[in-house]
Write a protein that binds this ligand. Sequence first.
Ligand code: ATP
Ligand code: MG
Length: 399
Amino acid sequence: MMKTRWPEAYKVIEKLENAGFQAYVVGGAVRDFIRNVDANDVDVTTNATPNEVKQLFPHTIDVGIEHGTVLVVLSETIEVTTFRSETTYTDFRRPDAVTFVRSLQEDLKRRDFTMNAMALTKSDELIDYFGGREDIVNKIIKAVGDPAQRFAEDALRMLRAIRFSAQLNYSLEQETMEAIQSLHHLVAHVSMERVKVELEKIWISDFVGNGMELFVSSHLSDNFPGDWETYRNCWRGFSSFGNTANGWAFFAIMQPHAEVESLLSYYKCSNAEKTHVKQVLEALEQLEKGCWNLYSFFQFTEKVLIAASSYARQLLNIEVVYTAEQIQQTKAKLPISSAKEVVVNGNDLMEWTKKKRGPWIREAMEKITVMIVNGKLVNDKAEIMEWFFQEYIDDDLQI
Ligand code: ATP
Ligand code: MG
């Protein structure tokens, strides 16, 4: 059993118990313990109030006292949350108020899925009121209680359901799926930041195809712009190569070019993500026209080239593809790996020509760079100068 982070959680539990409180490991860690895999983080739940927790541990951090959460800092940081239930929900997203409750069962009842609604005592005794263990054995994601009510309380849970299916290769229990199909429109109440996080978690999951298939078949995708449907099967072969921006690149390839920029803005992609997507599309365009030349290998990062060559095959049926190794080798053999390595600069050009600064400098520097990358010009000041006056200045330079 892999429980590398648990000793610290057990210290927290023991201290709380010694002070007369109840405390348990809960949530994802218990799920992963039953699944026999290592958990990302270990959460503890207790009937002690946040202030009582703070009094017991010398080093704590307030992260959400009003929600009952305190971080206890030992050699690891353990999230300790007071038993709570959530009262009414009016915005389909956050509870209007959080009430601290005295029983563990009340706390477990407000959790999203049966697999996430179990608790474990310090001596590994499982507390499972809703059949979570059985659902894990059967690989089923099932809402705790009435799924329609639970999704109406918090629409984010619908996205979490399909995300877990992508991470765990579990299927959605029928009533849970039907509730999503009838309430999918409520997902419009979830902030785009949260939607983005869940989509990206799907994209870096092992079973991304499950998640994207469910995203469409549940009709959740109807609430989001872009064509999610036409290429829905292609996601099965998708690899993010560990980079979430590649999910946006893959999605962008499936959209009309003219719409990509505004779609990425709608999904609140960062400038770095937009640049990455743009470059993958550019690299693909070059592949569609023929194949990459040395300048392509110079111009695009390894990440962009790996993504583009893989998605070219998958989405555009382009045969010319490069393995990651070939890409690395070709890049390594280039005479220069960045424009900064060119031994002359704009000041040199101005000095040589006695001409004023202007767009001609960028054009000339670009031409010089292309020549060097293609092996047609040696990256040496004297050689570049000679070429510049003999070949370039007469033909190309209009000054
Ligand atoms: P991960 O491995 O992704 O961290 P997790 O199950 O730990 O999975 P968290 O988002 O860290 O997921 O949440 C911790 C626990 O809090 C969940 O296991 C679940 O019991 C509960 N939970 C989280 N979000 C919700 C929600 N929107 N509605 C109800 N319960 C939730
Ligand atoms: Mg977690």
